[in-house]
Design a protein around this ligand. Structure first.
Ligand SMILES: Cc1cc2nc3c(=O)[nH]c(=O)nc-3n(C[C@H](O)[C@H](O)[C@H](O)COP(=O)(O)O)c2cc1C
Length: 373
């Protein structure tokens, strides 16, 4: 009898499409747009179910939630309501049948013995569709809620390395074993059942610093890149893929991020972005967000601050796919041509956006060779 690699169960890694697609940010209030517009994410369970089912019906490969514990203050307290990504993914597994389901985990908030068990359990509930996005932490105000100050940048990735190393052993080793790492030890470690996907469910991380890229190259199947242009995203993708191949003898895929505004004309699409960012955007909230990343961001960045803030409000730092349906598919083609394996998508109004995606964008993507169906 042929042996089936259970990893191939996962819809994301086994996807036949040239450009894979995820939907990002459906578990957090306002989704990925820092704006006070009607139709943004409210964080209600029936809303999550509707959107995941619509994404599945549109052939989208995965749902990718955000790990968040509090909002960004300002006018709308962006993301202040947020569903826990693990239980969210488990719930969605029960009401979908094909789409990949991520949880996003803040590494310092959960012991790997417990996390490995939750991952294996959701992999069974979902029939091998589960994926884990690992975040080492960046926002002191969130991680501080757990009672310990956040570690320094590279130390956080050292913890993450140890954390996922123990998880990987729990997912693969039979019987009991002693684990003694620099940060975690687990005497007589044991975990059954193993996940359906072997050796482990699809792993992703979004680290973009040199240390973050090493972590991704060593441990993950997918790395998320953040870049100011598609061209730069392609360069970052090539660099992390080369690192994985040269230093760890592994192949990894790379995802980018995009937000979509699709209208009859390019001018209408730009007008809508201008409205929801400049008139309805949460400029106090975005200042708070950027100040976490760069202290006193506005004076530190000077003239560059406004465009960075604009981009954060418009799509949480994602690249714009704004224009007519033809222009949007051209942009998607540019991602694929730059060597990006997939992108996550967001909209101000996800339900309207997904309906339009299925009716108008998907047929053009098929014509362009980006999607098989
Ligand atoms: C697409 C994407 C998704 C991310 N999701 C989360 C998240 O859900 N929660 C979180 O705290 N950080 C998230 N991050 C932040 C990253 O995990 C990471 O901290 C950031 O990219 C900086 O990495 P670096 O310090 O290695 O440069 C995300 C980043 C990207 C690009």
């Amino acid at each position: 009898m042929a042996i089936i690699d259970p990893h191939s169960l996962n819809p994301l890694l086994s996807s036949p499409h040239r450009l894979k697609l995820g939907v990002f940010g459906v578990n957090v209030s306002s989704g990925c747009s820092m704006t006070d517009m009607p139709g943004t994410i409210k964080v209600e369970w029936d809303e999550s179910v509707r959107i995941a089912q619509a994404a599945e019906a549109a052939g989208i490969d995965a749902m990718v939630p955000v790990a968040r514990w509090r909002g960004m203050g300002g006018d709308i307290n962006f993301n202040h309501r947020n569903f826990d990504p693990f239980t969210w993914a488990a719930g969605l597994a029960a009401v979908t049948s094909k789409i990949g389901l991520f949880a996003t985990i803040h590494i310092p908030t959960i012991h790997p013995v417990r996390a490995a068990k939750e991952v294996a359990t959701i992999d069974h509930i979902s029939g091998g569709r589960f994926c884990l996005n690992m975040v080492a932490g960046w926002n002191e105000r969130e991680i501080g809620m757990f009672g310990e100050p956040q570690k320094g940048h590279d130390d956080r990735y050292d913890v993450a390395d140890d954390w996922v190393s123990l998880c990987k052993e729990l997912w693969t080793r039979e019987g009991t074993f002693d684990y003694d790492g620099p940060y975690f030890n687990s005497p007589s470690a044991y975990s059954e059942p193993k996940p359906l996907q072997r050796p482990n469910p699809v792993l992703m991380s979004a680290g973009n610093s040199p240390r973050g890229q090493h972590f991704a190259a060593k441990h993950t199947d997918l790395n998320f890149v953040v870049a100011p242009s598609i061209e730069k995203a392609g360069e970052a993708a090539a660099s992390v893929k080369k690192l994985a191949r040269d230093d760890y003898n592994r192949d990894i895929q790379v995802f980018g991020q995009a937000y979509i505004v699709c209208r009859e004309t390019e001018a209408e699409a730009q007008e809508f972005v201008d409205h929801y960012v400049n008139e309805k955007g949460d400029w106090d909230g975005v200042r708070n967000l950027l100040d976490v990343l760069i202290p006193n961001s506005q004076s530190a960045l000077g003239a560059g601050w406004e465009s960075m803030a604009f981009n954060m409000i418009a799509g949480y730092g994602a690249l714009p796919l704004v224009g007519t349906k033809e222009q949007i598919v051209e942009g998607m083609l540019a991602f694929a041509d730059a060597g990006i394996d997939g992108i996550t998508l967001s909209w101000v109004d996800y339900e309207a956006g997904l309906a339009q995606f299925k009716d108008e964008l998907l047929p053009l993507m098929v014509q362009a060779g980006l999607r098989e169906y």
